[in-house]
Design a protein around this ligand. Structure first.
Ligand code: FES
Length: 102
């Protein structure tokens, strides 16, 4: 099971949880009470529809997640970034969360 180490850039908090191979990162975070969002975006996000862009994360290493989807290209996210709701996890990763507010 891939291990996800989460660094919250807003609070400085570090959390670790595991998900199944190929699992959706946002769903795994919600299941483990890990917040990917910053500020009011925690309540006012699009619930994983790929529309709001507030689940933005930085991922290391990128090889352990899927490539950028069309919706991520439309959001013009950086090369080392993913939308949490569009990330599938295939190996251990370290992510930085709470990057984008509304
Ligand atoms: S939750 Fe809105 S884009 Fe991911």
């Amino acid at each position: 099971m891939p291990k996800i180490t989460v660094h919250n850039s807003d609070t400085g908090e570090v959390k670790v949880f595991k998900v199944g191979y190929g699992a959706n990162l946002r769903k795994g975070a919600v299941f483990n009470d890990v917040v990917l969002y910053k500020g009011m975006a925690a309540q006012l996000n699009c619930r994983g529809m790929g529309l709001c862009g507030t689940c933005l994360i930085e991922v290391e290493p990128l090889e352990n997640v899927n490539g950028h989807s069309l919706i991520e290209k439309l959001h013009r996210i950086g090369p080392n970034q993913k939308l949490g709701c569009r990330a599938k996890v295939y190996g251990d990763i370290t992510i930085k969360v709470a990057l984008k507010d509304l």
